[in-house]
Structures are given as structure tokens and as C-alpha cells.
Design a protein around this ligand. Sequence first.
Ligand code: R5P
Length: 312
Amino acid sequence: MNTLTIFSGNSNPDLARKVCDSLNIPLGKCEVGKFSDGEIKVHITENIRGKDVFVVQPTCVPANDNLMELLIIMDAAMRASAKRITAVLPYFGYARQDRKDKPRVPITAKLVANLLERAGADRILTIDLHAAQVQGFFDIPFDHLFAVSLFSEYFKDKVDEDWVVVAPDVGGTKMARAYAKRFNSGLAIVDKRRVSDEKAEAMHIMGEVKGKNVIIVDDIIATAGSLVEAAAALKKNGVKDIYVAATHAVLCGPAIERIEKSDIKEVVVTDTIPLGQEKRIRRIKQLSVAHILGEAIKRIHNEETISELFAL
Ligand code: R5P
């Protein structure tokens, strides 16, 4: 592993350090700061000629700074003659604008794909993309991992065939089905309508939920509008306890207040995005994806198959 180097920007250095710990290697030496006018300043302070470089940098809030840091670190690595550069985005920001759903809007997921490639990425590694087809926006290898094994391990002693896994919208059905298969439990789908960026409405519940414990699975909790609407609709339909497994804890705007006021018993998220102090409430539990990323990085570096890490 002496040719493998992992760098981090400022978006989630704790996760990058944990990934390095899982691989028993030190974090690569790289200074990422700002010039006095606010522009991002990067200096890789070790020799990386011929090295297999991985840059761990989720593009979460502040998304623009974190994305720019990632691009600039890769540019520095490319100019320092790294042999191969993998952009590791545990959370791939800007992915929700992945199609033109009305006139005169951008497709930011494609724009970010272009930027990553132009900045020097030779491959991409990410977890639980908002929409799997974003992979097709790239013309370089793309490894898309899932957090399902992490959540199913956490819930395995709790959930049984008497529980129901719930997709909070139709788009989440495939992922929810994967969880239901693992838990050998039922499946229900919330027919959601998004009213605005912060507000969603749950129209109907498809599937049998009355008298059951449920686990809502989602890729992202942003404002928690989708989540609390789904939880309220499920309560109205007579469910018992409500749990949540969601990979990316964006948790912006009213999210924490909404979760605290809701009937949800526990929200389990991962550390793809750091949880600030104000988000560390009793009901939110955080699991680490470090060993999943570490294992994938090790296998990519050793040119080994990682397909079993993709298993849904
Ligand atoms: C929607 O398609 C996603 O899977 C999430 O449900 C959504 O992005 C969460 O956003 P919010 O928490 O603001 O409702």
C-alpha cells in the first residue's frame, strides 16, 4: 500500500482520518486554506509522483467551497504527477438536479461531473447517489457503494418479518425493496408530492402498515419535509413505532426541529456528512461508513473486484 495516498479537504476530515485508520496509513499531507481574498489555497506537502491518490471530500454544505476544494486538490495532485486520482465523494452534492424537469433549469449533476473530470479525476467513488443514473454523466469508471449493509447490521436484531420497510416516495422503491428483502419484512410506499423545496405532501400509503413497526429508508434528509410528512401519514394509518435509516444527514433549515416534533423514535444516519453539534440530538444516531470506503479504496488500489460491496 506504499503507493496509496489519501487526502482530505475541509468538508469531512474526521471521516478521511477514519478511512486512513481502517487502512493503517497516515492521512496525506496537504494544506487546504484560503488566501486573504477568500480564494482557496492548496499545497500538497509530500511527494506524490506515481502515487494512487484518493481525495475524500463530500460536497456537502458549504457545497460550493467543498466542491472547489476538491477540484483544486485534484488539480494540484494532477500537476504533481499522481499516477491516478480518485475523487471520493461520500456525499455527492448537487445531484438532485439531475434532469430538466421544467424549462430553463440546469442539470447540475452533469455540470459537476464535467468539472470533476476536467479537474483530473480518473475515477469516482461514492455512496448512495440520489439517482443511480448520474453515473452515466461520467466517461470515467464510477464505483457506487450502498450503505444498506451498514443499516441492516444495525437493525438486524430489531427488525423481523412483522415490520414494514417504507419508501418515502416512489423513487425510493428500489432501495426500500432491497432493505425489505434483507429484513424479510413487508414493503410500503408513500405517494409523495413535493410542494416546494421545503415542503412535501404525503398523498397515500401503498401497502399494509396498520399495527406494524416501520422503518423509513431514504438517501437524504434535507429539510426533513418528506420524512415528517411520511411519518405523520404512517401514524394516521395506525403504525406502531417509526424508525428511519437515511444515508446522508444534510439536515438543513427546519430539519432538526421537525424531527424533534415528530413521532419518529430514532433516526439513524451515517457520517458521509459531518454532524454539527447542534444536530447531535438524542433521537439521531450516527454510523460510520469509514470501513466501507476503506475496503473499497483498498480493493480499487489493488485492482481487485469490489462488486460485492455494491450488493443491494
Ligand atoms: C427525494 O427524492 C429524496 O430521496 C429525499 O426524500 C429528499 O431529497 C429529502 O428532502 P427533504 O428532507 O427536504 O424533504
